[in-house]
Design a protein around this ligand. Sequence first.
Ligand code: CAA
Ligand code: FAD
Length: 379
Amino acid sequence: MNFQLSEEHLMIQKAARDFAVHELLPGVIARDEQQKFPAEQVKQLGELGFLGMMVSPTYGGAGLDTISYVLAMEEISKIDASTSVCMSVNNSLVCWGLETFGTEEQKQKYLVPLAKGEVIGAFLLSEPEAGSDATSQRTTAEDKGDHYLLNGTKNWITNGNSAGTYLVIAHTHPEKGSKGINAFIVEKSWPGVTVGAKENKLGIRGSDTHSIMFQDVKVPKENRIGEDGFGFKFAMKTLAGGRIGIASQALGIASGAYELALKYSRERKAFGKEISQHQAIQFKLADMATQIEAARLLCLKAAWEKDNHLDYTLSSSMAKVFASETAMWVTTEAVQVHGGYGYVKEYHVERLMRDAKITQIYEGTSEVQRIVISRAILG
Ligand code: CAA
Ligand code: FAD
């Protein structure tokens, strides 16, 4: 067993850190306040290969492993979780799903521009009546011979407006339950696709979250992913990898807040000494560092299992539930270490605390992760 990162991993980590500090940090507070999607920064991420990190170079990707992805996600998320969620969805839900289960034609047409960051992708599973209970899909894709007719509404869709390519989950044979569900590649520009208003959110306010409506959208047969009825398994298998991305996002939010708290504790004086000299603050920092290290190890283990073609469903859920709860706790403590200054925008930790909350909700709530974990351990 080797806990050391390779030279290549360290280089990728540094490249992501430099990008975050130089390109994301300036303006991050304003983007949060104005709910501004980081379009220019996402374009740059694409040019640097961060939007198709694990995609093979044959399809325009960077051909890196999942460990590299975890490292990059942590660094980007330390500074700007609104950008990292866009990166996570594109990499681990959209590109991975297409590369693993798409046909050669689908990969050439859709994966290549997504991996290069020329087009952004979105993953459309959730509906007003089907969040955690994801098999209760109301969106229908009626089989019309040479095409499907798509009708329904998806909500909470990350990259909903900025994406050009959607992966849409819908029911074709409702009587077959989860085995009647399919996944489709749908272009945002097609007739019958409507993008709803942007959601006004607590955190990750820069990310563009929208409802998407489909009215009699004609989807060619060749845009179905996998065999008829594979859609739910497609979603679940894709989400297992996606959860490594969100776990790494949570890890980054936590470690970003911890680094700020550590720095501040050495600068701020109270009762004649730096607050880092008070044991109550030292113990907070010690607990933060320990929790973060445990979260990082879980993320890296899940990534290592994925890279080694082992089953990572259990470890990705463990990483996600642990890292997201760590993020919520660490960011709250980071605000506490900053005292009143932590409660205002300039010090960043209040934003990280607001951003942390979503990691316990999307890509499966903490309760859903515990369902996945308990089913795995109880059989
Ligand atoms: N891999 C392969 N197949 C899987 C699977 C997996 N990881 N998990 C389940 N399945 C299969 C099951 O084996 C079953 O197939 P069979 O009938 O052939 O055995 C079928 O799928 C149905 O599974 P379940 O009976 O376990 O389904 P369930 O109704 O009990 O639900 C659940 C299970 C884990 C709660 C699931 O519904 C779930 O994950 N819900 C959360 C949804 C979610 O994560 N949404 C995220 C949306 S994307 C997003 O949020 C992006 C973002 O924010 C940025
Ligand atoms: P519900 O499923 O209604 O859950 C409500 C509460 O009940 C939760 O606490 C839940 O854990 C609990 N609960 C539900 N069932 C159980 C159970 N069986 N046992 C114990 N507790 C249970 N979805 C996409 O498809 N694509 C996206 O890009 C996307 N991006 C998102 C971005 C944002 C900002 C947000 C807020 C959501 C996004 N989602 C996306 C949707 C997200 O995945 C869902 O919100 C999430 O899966 C929870 O579903 P729900 O909101 O319907 O909550």
